[in-house]
Design a protein around this ligand. Structure first.
Ligand code: HEC
Ligand code: HEC
Length: 257
């Protein structure tokens, strides 16, 4: 099982629940906060609670909107920082902001399940065309042939994850899409995604969409950056437009190629 605990940055107690009559409200609730919470969740919690929070090998579902150990956001904050004594649920020493972002993400899981796609899918379809998403993506038989297929993306990602893919694409990138750059011994520069690797060679999808095999012995240097080749649409789309594109993507339920 692979997960790592984030280093303690700020004592969580500085932001943690105080005992007062009014429950603390989550101060970090923007779509961006929820997206970050989702990224933390996938790296810290998914091993037990499942990637989508719907329950996994050794942790219960957190997607129903009601919790045995918490009745509000402050209670969730407490469970995550203190853990549940006598069970395998550990306490996490992340900073308060990160914990609140995770709380927001968990809340979003049940909001999404209620099926309330806020945006307008028809407007989203137009934005999808206007922003030339199929320059890099494959959709229902058209677009970039080797691009990541979005035909059934609505069955794979939740609304929160779709929004994250648009505003913060580098938060969660599968290793085969990490940006790979290299210089070959003859001085030629190569760039693309490293699809595969064996003892002697690398299989690269270069930036023009061509597959090529590169011998490791021919490489002078190579770097692999953990970021997406997809540009962030954070400054190109308004929050409403992001919701619209998400609503459109959620309708894509077709068969992937
Ligand atoms: C090693 C496995 C494990 C990891 C990692 C883990 N959990 Fe848990 N979690 C559990 C188990 C088991 C329970 C159920 C405890 C019980 O029996 O009540 C639980 C319970 C919870 C609950 C309370 C659920 C309820 O119904 O009250 C919350 C909230 C929660 N976990 C959030 C998280 C978050 C957020 C993370 C990551 C930061 C995380 N957990 C990481 C195993 C884990
Ligand atoms: C310059 C190329 C490029 C453009 C333009 C682009 N994408 Fe992407 N997109 C990628 C790459 C590469 C990935 C895979 C890496 C990642 O997860 O970020 C990706 C990933 C995604 C994902 C996540 C898929 C998954 O399985 O996790 C979604 C959703 C997505 N893109 C939607 C869009 C939409 C909608 C647009 C247009 C508004 C768009 N993309 C424009 C290159 C691009």
């Amino acid at each position: 099982m692979f997960f790592r605990f984030l280093v303690l940055l700020l004592p969580a107690a500085t932001l943690a629940a105080q005992h007062s009559d009014t429950a603390l409200k989550n101060p970090f609730q923007s779509p961006d906060d929820r997206a970050r919470g989702g990224a933390f969740f996938r790296s810290q919690c998914a091993s037990c609670h499942g990637v989508d929070g719907k329950g996994g090998a050794s942790g219960p579902s957190l997607a129903s909107g009601s919790f045995r150990h918490a009745s509000n956001d402050e209670g969730l904050f407490r469970v995550i920082t203190k853990g549940v004594a006598g069970t395998s649920m550990p306490g996490f020493s992340m900073n308060g902001r990160e914990i609140w972002q995770i709380v927001g993400f968990i809340r979003g899981l049940s909001a999404g399940r209620a099926g309330a796609a806020k945006g307008n899918a028809a407007a989203g379809e137009q934005l999808f065309a206007a922003n030339k998403c199929t320059n890099c993506h494959w959709l229902n038989g058209g677009g970039a042939p080797r691009g990541l297929d979005l035909s059934a993306i609505g069955t794979r990602l939740s609304a929160v994850e779709l929004a994250q893919a648009l505003v913060d694409p580098s938060a969660e990138v599968a290793p085969e899409y990490w940006m790979w750059t290299a210089t070959v011994k003859n001085g030629q520069k190569l760039r693309g995604s490293r699809l595969n690797e064996d003892t002697f060679s690398l299989q690269i999808l270069d930036s023009t969409g061509k597959l090529r095999s590169v011998l490791k012995a021919d490489l002078q240097e190579q770097t692999l950056e953990r970021r997406s080749a997809m540009p962030s649409f954070k400054d190109k789309l308004t929050a409403q437009q992001v919701d619209d594109v998400v609503a459109y993507l959620a309708t894509l339920q077709g068969a992937a190629k």
